[in-house]
Write a protein that binds this ligand. Structure first.
Ligand SMILES: [Zn+2]
Length: 110
């Protein structure tokens, strides 16, 4: 699971986003008619619950992997954060205090 500190995740979730991911074909959704979509940019689509507003999914346009917001999952998730991404855009009101890898942008080596 990643913690994304990008401007878009911060504004949408109110803090940083924590998400795991799975190939689209591995995800089954009950109540798909309740999903709304929002595209802040042409780069990705975010899906949310139109009933309660919960942030649920993020998917880059043209890519098969779907990020699943960890906070939307029933407990226990069994998940752990592996690294931080887009820390260059993080909010100025907190520090990252764990020792996990942290990348200024995406987690690709620079
Ligand atoms: Zn983000």
């Amino acid at each position: 699971m990643i913690a994304c500190h990008c401007d878009s995740c911060r504004r949408q979730t109110g803090h940083h986003a924590a998400a795991t991911a799975a190939p689209a074909e591995m995800i089954q959704i009950e109540g798909e008619e309740h999903l709304g979509e929002w595209r802040a940019t042409g780069r990705a689509v975010r899906r949310f619950c139109r009933t309660c507003g919960s942030t649920l999914f993020w998917q880059a346009v043209g890519e098969n992997m779907v990020s699943i917001m960890a906070g939307s999952l029933d407990l226990p998730t069994g998940l752990e954060i592996s690294h931080h991404i887009f820390v260059a855009e993080k909010g100025d009101y907190y520090e990252i205090t764990d020792d996990l890898p942290a990348f200024p942008g995406e987690s690709k080596p620079s």
